[in-house]
Design a protein around this ligand. Structure first.
Ligand code: ZN
Length: 247
């Protein structure tokens, strides 16, 4: 099976459209989404509708919960709070009820699982090697796909070491990673709609489960249109600016 793995779309329709155009030319069998469909961007409804209609499994993200009043906004910085309040007002009722009923994860598949933040907690961040290593012994599957950090890459856990899977410096926009059978892996496809690894291109991945191969991708998209929509919506300027620098 070829699983297209999408995370942190963040209401960025231009990024999602560009990713899907490239993903369709690459080929895949199923779509899985790691949450944060909304928040920050100006197109929450169309992104919800697209994910609902196309993704076979979705775990909820913290922004998905915030958008439907299931998360205390004290956890968010001012720009995230503003965008959440904007999203709450804008979101169609059917999309709000869909978001409100998404599962927390992990969701297990044959040989792998998907989560938003971490198998240890849906809101936990896995940024550093010690955070990945702390999960050794508690991982239910050899391969875990996670998002939340907006940083493409992840970790290979070999006994008591964590090797960082670095991908975002590739100018090619496509990096293959064959998974070794004796290791555990935490794999982050990166953020479709708001990359934070200094590469503004949309990030995503395809998992070839039979071959145990992850292919990471970066796709350029129409950042200017996504920015213009954010500004026109009255969302904080900082949310538009950061898309251009991938931060
Ligand atoms: Zn996110």
């Amino acid at each position: 099976m070829r699983y297209l793995i999408l995370s942190d779309i963040h209401a960025n329709w231009e990024a999602l459209e560009a990713v899907m155009a490239e993903a369709e030319s690459e080929g895949f069998d199923d779509i899985l989404c790691l949450g944060d469909v909304v928040g920050y961007g100006a197109d929450p409804d169309i992104c919800c509708e697209w994910v609902r209609n196309n993704s076979s499994q979705v775990v909820r993200g913290n922004h998905d919960r915030a958008a439907v009043g299931q998360l205390d906004l004290e956890w968010f910085n001012p720009a995230a709070q503003d965008s959440t309040l904007w999203t709450q007002k804008r979101l169609a009722a059917n999309n709000a009820s869909w978001l409100g009923n998404l599962p927390a994860g992990p969701i297990a598949f044959e040989g792998f699982q998907i989560v938003h933040g971490s198998p240890g907690g849906e809101d936990d961040y896995i940024i550093y090697a010690h955070e990945a290593l702390a999960l050794v012994g508690s991982l239910a599957e050899r391969v875990t796909f996670f998002g939340h950090t907006h940083i493409q890459g992840g970790f290979q856990l070999i006994r008591n070491n964590a090797r960082i899977l670095k991908t975002s410096m590739s100018l090619l926009g496509r990096v293959e990673c064959d998974l070794e059978p004796d290791s555990y892996y935490l794999v982050n496809p990166g953020a479709v709609g708001q990359p934070r690894d200094h590469d503004p291109r949309a990030a995503w991945a395809i998992y070839h489960s039979g071959e145990r191969r992850v292919v990471y991708y970066r796709t350029p998209y129409d950042v200017q249109t996504a920015q213009a929509k954010i500004i026109a919506a009255g969302l904080p300027d900082s949310l538009a600016l950061r898309l251009a620098i991938g931060k």
